[in-house]
Design a protein around this ligand. Structure first.
Ligand code: BDP
Length: 709
């Protein structure tokens, strides 16, 4: 007895030590801390019955046991024969005897239903496939974690978007490009023999939010990943992820036939090159029968591509698409291209890709970043959305916060994602939202996809900043159902990650929901963009004008001078606006009616320009920068109030990071206003906090080892 007690208390201590370092993400499964609810849950579910034996059903069983034993803090029996109050999980086929009237839809959809059969109460989770059952399982666990009633369930859910992917920008040496959470979680050196538990937990986390694919390596790809020894490693990861409904994809380097195939060319119309890719695809599918396909960055930022051979993106994409088509694979071809010769980077992707609409194979998706430039705190939607009716376009969001304060700023990105998805392209009249382009419904495409550039690394809490987890979470949830609101998603995440206490939920929600506008305001208000430091992209450097190419320089984007500030993209400027439908153009074309948010995206306006608030542009700029700083102070204040409600480790981490964020917000404000003042020559408004340094001081700051560069 004493021995058991000792063991138990040791286990408890171990549990406490590791309990709240963030590793468990939103899958903490701690005992329900509301007694009435706990009692009612325990009554509703007294046993688990899992029908079927596949690896995925094994994952279902494991998760149900882990989740329910933890949440209900009791031992839940796993039975072969369902008795009263059993939770039954199985595919529709396996549960045929139950004769359910309602059916889940699609290959990944699920049905959760409370049913009385022959006088026995059951909670049933079913899907057309085991993957559906898995998604239903996580949904049910989420209901418990967020303290929802479960006695009378009737939930039918189907994902709106087919491919819900993470894109890892992870190099084979484990360096993560734009990674702020340690090194890559993929330990290529010890693969395929060593399977880190983290791989499984990564799979669980993704499955819990419906993410069903992962591109393992950086878009700036190394061809080595396509060599036989590395494919063995990829196959080992595929085996771990498969039970969780996750397929692996690889970024493919276009010149791989030269680099690892010893060919003289990578010309997509060359027969030997085509055969090389076909053979490579065959080799991959022999190892990984459900391999997802290739992601390709071509002719962009120095990457090789079809244009090097006088061919176009469709020629390149189609060659690879033909190679994977016999095996059911797809090619995701990125539209992130720009040209230093062009007068406006904004226009390049549209210019290169719209003429190719209709020329891509059926198994090609073109992946477009949310905005026309590059993951800025706020961008208008990319004009490509709605402009390529015959091509399925996939959305690329960036979870890793390259331009949003990197690893140290708390920025909840769901409002950014939603803003883009909800934007109306007017491509087929009103209500042709970006979301409808992406889910394929606007143009009746069967392929559809959303990708998030991963923010995951090997740091204990996965994302470096604890709140980065919320962005990973939000991507999955929105790809599953983009009609969820940012607030709903935040609420779910907070309840699972921190607490169900209404006051805690409300406070953290305030912090999260205000954070995106805060970062816009203290970095790039009123439509400013791309004014950060070159290379590492950390911190402000609006004066920069010496990058190897002009379109990497902040001065290219803000165009501040004695007359005013902003990029004229109207007919009197580069006319990028022309790439939008007339109804969208109308929103932005007139500097007097264009919303403040996008003003400097589309107009060069005078420092005296009268804003909607009645202030001059200069004063509004000062006001917005200050507002950004104030919002961060408010976030800090709210967090401080939560001290007694959050475990010390996570509380302190976030507290310290918020202090950095506050310091950085002040830095951004001071630098930008001091610098722009050299053009506006206007005084700071009376109540303005005086900068603590001169512009020269700020200009001399260097960050040689800023991460992720
Ligand atoms: C830019 C990043 C660069 C990426 C590139 C891309 O700075 O590291 O390689 O995007 O998306 O934002 O290809």
């Amino acid at each position: 007895m004493r021995k058991t007690l000792l063991l138990l208390s040791l286990l408890c201590v171990a549990h406490l030590l590791h309990a709240e370092d963030g590793y468990d993400l939103w899958l903490r499964y701690n005992r329900i801390d509301n007694n009435d609810l706990l009692i009612s849950y325990r009554k509703t579910i007294t046993a688990i019955h899992v029908a079927g034996q596949s690896p995925t059903m094994g994952a279902v069983k494991k998760e149900l046991e882990l989740g329910l034993n933890g949440l209900l803090d009791t031992h839940i029996a796993v039975t072969n024969k369902p008795a009263n109050n059993t939770l039954i999980a199985g595919t529709l086929e396996a549960l045929a005897d139950l004769k359910l009237e309602d059916k889940p839809t699609g290959p990944e959809g699920f049905l959760i239903v409370s049913k009385v059969i022959d006088g026995k109460h059951y909670t049933i989770i079913t899907g057309n496939t085991a993957a559906g059952v898995l998604y239903g399982t996580f949904h049910l666990l989420r209901l418990l974690q967020t303290h929802q009633p479960i006695e009378k369930l009737h939930i039918i859910s189907t994902p709106r978007v087919k491919l819900r992917l993470l894109n890892h920008w992870d190099n084979l040496n484990r360096y993560v490009e734009r990674g702020y959470a340690g090194i890559s979680i993929w330990n290529w050196h010890t693969l395929p023999d060593y399977i880190d538990d983290r791989y499984i937990d990564y799979a669980r986390a993704n499955a819990s939010v419906g993410i069903n694919g992962t591109v393992l390596n950086n878009v700036n790809a190394n061809a080595t990943v396509l060599t036989a020894p590395y494919l063995q490693k990829v196959a080992a990861l595929a085996n771990v992820l498969r039970p969780y409904g996750i397929r692996v994809y690889l970024s493919a380097r276009f010149s791989a036939p030269i680099e690892i195939g010893r060919l003289k060319t990578a010309d997509p119309l060359n027969d030997t090159v085509r055969q090389w890719w076909q053979a490579k695809a065959k080799e991959i599918y022999q190892l990984i029968p459900d391999f997802g396909g290739f992601l390709v960055k071509a002719n962009s930022e120095g990457q090789p591509g079809p244009q090097s051979y006088g061919r176009n993106h469709a020629d390149g994409a189609n060659m690879m698409a033909d190679a994977v088509a016999p095996f059911g694979g797809i090619v995701i071809w990125r539209a992130f291209v720009y040209d230093p010769q062009a007068n406006d980077r904004f226009k390049q992707a549209y210019a290169e890709f719209t003429p190719l609409d209709g020329k891509f194979r059926k198994n090609v998706l073109v992946q477009v970043k949310n905005g026309p430039i590059d993951f800025q705190p706020r961008e208008p939607f990319s004009p490509l959305f709605g402009a390529m009716p015959q091509t399925p376009l996939m959305m690329e969001f960036q979870l890793t916060q390259e331009y949003l304060g990197q690893g140290t700023h708390l920025v909840y990105e769901a409002p950014l994602f939603k803003e883009v998805l909800d934007a109306d392209t007017h491509a087929k009249g009103p209500n042709s939202t970006v979301a409808k382009v992406i889910d394929g419904s606007l143009y009746e495409h069967t392929l559809s996809g959303i990708a998030g550039v991963s923010n995951v690394g090997n740091e204990r809490n996965w994302t470096g900043h604890l709140f980065g987890q919320a962005n990973w979470y939000a991507l999955g949830r929105l790809a599953w159902d983009y009609n969820l609101t940012s607030e709903q998603i935040a609420t779910e995440w907070i309840r699972q990650t921190f607490s169900n206490n209404p006051a805690v939920v409300a406070s953290i929600k305030e912090i999260m929901l205000s954070s995106r506008e805060a970062v816009v305001n203290y970095m790039t208000p009123l439509g400013l963009h791309h004014i950060m430091g070159n290379g590492h992209h950390y911190g402000p450097a609006p004066w920069s004008n010496k990058a190897p190419r002009p379109d990497w320089d902040p001065v290219y984007y803000h165009k501040a001078d004695a007359t005013g500030i902003g990029f004229d993209r109207t007919a009197s400027g580069t006319n990028a606006l022309e790439q939008y439908q007339p109804a969208v153009r109308k929103l932005y074309a007139d500097s007097n009616t264009c919303s403040d948010q996008y003003l400097l995206w589309f107009h060069h306006v005078s420092w005296q320009h009268k804003m909607h608030s009645g202030r001059t542009l200069w004063n509004e700029l000062c006001h917005k920068y200050q507002q950004g700083v104030d919002s961060v102070s408010a976030m800090q204040h709210r967090w401080e109030q939560l001290k007694s409600h959050i475990d010390p480790e996570r509380f302190h981490q976030v507290q310290m990071l918020l202090a950095i964020q506050h310091k950085d917000a002040i830095w951004w404000r001071n630098v930008c206003l001091l610098y722009f003042q050299t053009f506006s020559k206007m005084p700071f408004p009376a109540n303005y906090e005086k900068p603590d340094h001169t512009l020269e001081y700020y200009q001399q700051q260097r960050f040689p080892y800023a991460p992720g560069n």
